[in-house]
Ligand binder design. Structure first.
Ligand code: RAM
Length: 347
């Protein structure tokens, strides 16, 4: 594990263009954006550290790019650090370091709802504002959670996609991220409920975990196909998992026979949509998610909001947002990518 500072700017223009596209598709909050967002308190130093589940995941590279862009707009300082492995406690040392450095805010996607809470409590006691995004902790461990879309919506879109792709019946499996990931576990629970309620002829035979590691996800895919010769589809609610599964399927005898859907980035999935391995998958705009998280953190640091339900703040080009129940702030709706639209996206 190693700390790392990022200065990458690549892809921001494209992500910006995408933000407009997805906003048009109903993704994010209303108008009224300032377009600049020069912060509430001009004298306050807005220093933000971003801590994804792990480094080396294009999804988090994109969300970090969005946060970095926002930070540039309100004139803050920005750093990304993170572990190489998405394991429950791998983020603890980075949280402790950020607290020792006295950063103003920490933006975290959690690998476990509870395992980093002691470290976050200490950071908050030291005055650090803590904002989770993408994958939450227990609500009492942070000030706000920036949620990409409702868990119901994310579960529903994936069940709809797999049900359609396998013709409404047969065996499916789920290839998830790490076993403790708050976000994937919430979505899987809701997918199971939706399958039971609306698709009695679809049988979920197993949930396996690729740990948001490419090779592990690839190997789990191979094992699933060997263990369940009748398998008709795989749902992978992780961008790492779906890309690895697609790579496996694309050169196997199962290509075009076993359906694959879930949550993926257009750039990682493009070749598999073009070669017929994958028909359609979903996601949101990770750049917008990071951008919104950074503006929310800035609003907390500057004292503009306390993180209470009903608090509102401006998030630059995305417009104004309101804090909902349990400190949640909602970005928008998931979006489905397929052969017709994937060419419009670059992240
Ligand atoms: C992976 C991570 C992330 C999740 C996406 C869909 O990149 O697990 O937490 O939101 O997939």
């Amino acid at each position: 594990m190693f700390a790392m500072k990022r200065t990458r700017r690549a892809g921001i223009a494209a992500a910006l263009a995408l933000g407009v596209t997805l906003a048009a598709a109903g993704c994010s909050g209303g108008g009224g954006g300032t377009g600049g967002g020069d912060g509430g308190d001009e004298d306050a130093e807005i220093s933000i550290t971003m801590l994804p589940k792990n480094l080396g995941n294009p999804y988090f590279d994109t969300s970090t790019g969005g946060a970095e862009e926002a930070s540039g707009e309100f004139g803050g300082t920005f750093e990304e650090v993170g572990p190489s492995e998405a394991s429950p406690t791998s983020q603890v040392s980075y949280i402790q370091t950020a607290a020792q450095q006295g950063v103003g805010g920490l933006i975290v996607s959690a690998n476990d709802p509870e395992a980093i809470c002691d470290a976050l409590d200490e950071a908050r006691s030291a005055g650090v504002k803590v904002v989770t995004f993408d994958s939450d902790t227990n609500p009492d461990c942070r000030d706000l959670f920036i949620n990409q879309a409702t868990s119901d919506g994310i579960a529903q879109v994936q069940v709809d996609l797999i049900a359609e792709q396998i013709g409404g019946s047969g065996q499916i499996a789920i290839l998830s991220a790490s076993a403790n990931a708050t976000n994937q576990n919430a979505w899987i629970e809701l997918m199971e409920e939706e399958l039971a309620a609306s698709h009695p002829d679809i049988e979920l035979v197993q949930v396996v975990y690729g740990d948001d590691d490419d090779q592990t996800s690839f190997d789990r895919t191979a094992a699933l196909l060997q263990t369940y010769p009748e398998l008709k589809g795989i749902v992978s609610p992780t961008t790492v998992g779906i890309a690895a599964a697609a790579r496996y399927l694309s050169t196997s005898e199962f290509k075009g026979k076993v359906a694959l859907t879930g949550l993926g980035t257009p750039n990682q999935m493009r070749e598999y949509v073009e070669d017929g391995t994958v028909t359609a998958f979903a996601l949101w705009n990770p750049a917008d998610l990071g951008y919104l998280a950074a503006f929310a953190t800035q609003a907390l640091i500057s004292g503009e909001i306390a993180g209470e339900e009903g608090d509102t703040f401006e998030a630059g080009k995305l417009g104004s947002f309101e804090v909902g129940p349990d400190g949640g702030v909602l970005l928008g709706d998931p979006f489905v990518f397929d052969a017709e639209n994937i060419g419009d996206f670059d992240f």
